[in-house]
Design a protein around this ligand. Structure first.
Ligand code: GDP
Length: 415
């Protein structure tokens, strides 16, 4: 996308999970399924998809990168790495600042675990809209309903299922889609396994109808016009329902819940659909505050907000620096304006100028060189000499300083 990006087609998301809940597996599957559309023509018989994943790992760009970009249904999804461990709390904070939404994974056996609670509260602090994915439903002892109950018990949230599982443990085959009221069933559990739509199984019909009623009652309550339509006609169309789910998700009124097994490749495509449908585009959320003045006590909530504005003067936030064999990559979330290769920016945090060399976006299998990057997007810059994580880069003629990412580092007692 070299022309001005359509903000509504961008999603900047994170994936957070308790260790072992399946964050890595889910991320890999997302990269596989988003890559498969342009890969499929190149994949020869016998060149198994697993080889493809192995190659990805060798290249090491995928999940070790600070931000990896993929495409789904005409949208660009930037997945920003959010470390899951408590001792990386400061890193989690940094990444939460620059993402607009998140997939929150819990696993189907234990449900919400202590670290999930910590991550949830952190995301709450930044009002990050979230969709929840209950993973590992293929495992012995996994139970969607028990895991779902832990969401309410431990996180004290209004959670609404958008799906119900079909079958359990080794017989988990797919999900009931409560929005379209149909079954989505996978034909096998290997990478690339196809799915098809079916009627909802008879033994799940009543449960599905009840769950859909709950979904309608909860989702439509955020929108008077939709509620009225519902009272008039007894139902609403899919687009209206989706619009209401998105609105409630962004406001945090409720949290949509999806399910599946990343490892057995069931549930990943609908999860990607949900990212597009329910998590915000950069211009659906409010932007970023300016930094408080150094020497004054101010109420930070009253500081002005810099909205995501493609037409403004450039401003962005460096959120991660990575040194690799190509040199230093500075990952930047752009909030305002456009930045082109060769531009000079002011590091307004430090007060010195920097020149932008090459601009890249990291994909699963390649790094894509861009000539420019626009508000709402994320890219990695080469050539910055003295900028650090948390620094603002801005057009020298409008030297705004964006919210700093300095937080008290939790003291971890290991004595
Ligand atoms: P992370 O620590 O959250 O990144 O978790 P990983 O993705 O590394 O997964 C931890 C372990 O659980 C690995 O051995 C995965 O193969 C396994 N795993 C992940 N997802 C699933 C799943 O859906 N079903 C099953 N049975 N195992 C899974």
């Amino acid at each position: 996308m070299s022309a001005k990006s359509d903000l509504s087609l961008i999603r900047n998301i994170g994936i957070t999970a308790h260790i072992d809940a399946g964050k890595t597996t889910t991320t890999e599957r997302i990269l596989y399924y988003t890559g498969v559309s342009h890969k499929i023509g190149e994949v020869h018989e016998g060149n198994t998809t697993t080889d493809y994943m192995a190659q990805e790992r060798e290249r090491g760009i995928t999940i070790t990168s600070a931000a990896v970009t993929c495409e789904w249904e005409g949208h660009r999804i930037n997945i920003i790495d959010t470390p899951g461990h408590i001792d990386f709390n400061i890193e989690v904070n940094r990444s939460l600042r620059v993402l607009d939404g998140a997939i929150f994974i819990i696993e189907g056996v234990a449900g919400v675990q202590p670290q999930s609670e910590t991550n949830w509260r952190l995301a709450d602090r930044y009002n990050v809209p979230r969709i929840i994915f209950i993973n590992k439903l293929d495992r012995t002892g996994a139970n969607f309903y028990n895991a779902f109950d832990t969401l309410k018990e431990k996180l004290d949230i209004v959670a609404i299922p958008l799906q119900l599982p079909i079958g359990a443990e080794e017989n988990f085959v797919g999900v009931v889609d409560l929005i379209e009221m149909r079954a989505i069933v996978w034909e096998g559990g290997e990478l690339g396994a196809k799915f098809h739509y079916e009627e909802i199984p008879a033994d799940l019909k009543e449960k599905a109808e009840e769950a859909r009623q709950n979904l309608l009652d909860t989702a439509l309550s955020v929108d008077d016009a939709a509620m009225e339509e519902y009272f008039d006609k007894g139902d609403v169309d899919v687009a209206t329902l989706k619009r209401c789910i998105k609105k409630g998700t962004i406001a945090g009124d409720f949290r949509p819940v999806l399910c599946g097994t990343a490892f057995k490749n069931k549930g990943v495509q609908p999860l990607l659909d949900a990212v597009i449908d329910f998590l915000p585009a950069p211009n659906d959320v409010e932007g970023i505050r300016i930094a408080p003045p150094e020497d004054e006590e101010v109420d930070e909530n009253k500081l002005p907000i810099v909205p995501v504005d493609p037409d403004g003067k450039f401003a962005g936030l460096a959120f991660k620096i990575i040194n690799d064999k190509y040199g230093t990559l500075t990952f930047v979330r752009v909030y305002r304006g456009v930045l082109k290769t060769g531009d000079t920016v002011l590091n307004t945090t430090k007060g010195h100028k920097e020149r932008i060399g090459r601009i890249y976006q990291m994909h699963a299998d390649k790094r894509e060189e861009l000539s420019e990057v626009h508000a709402g997007d994320i890219a990695a810059f080469v050539g910055l000499k003295d900028s650090q994580t948390g620094d603002t880069l801005a057009d020298p003629t409008d030297p705004v300083v964006l919210e700093r990412m300095t937080f008290p580092i939790p003291v971890i007692d290991i004595s």
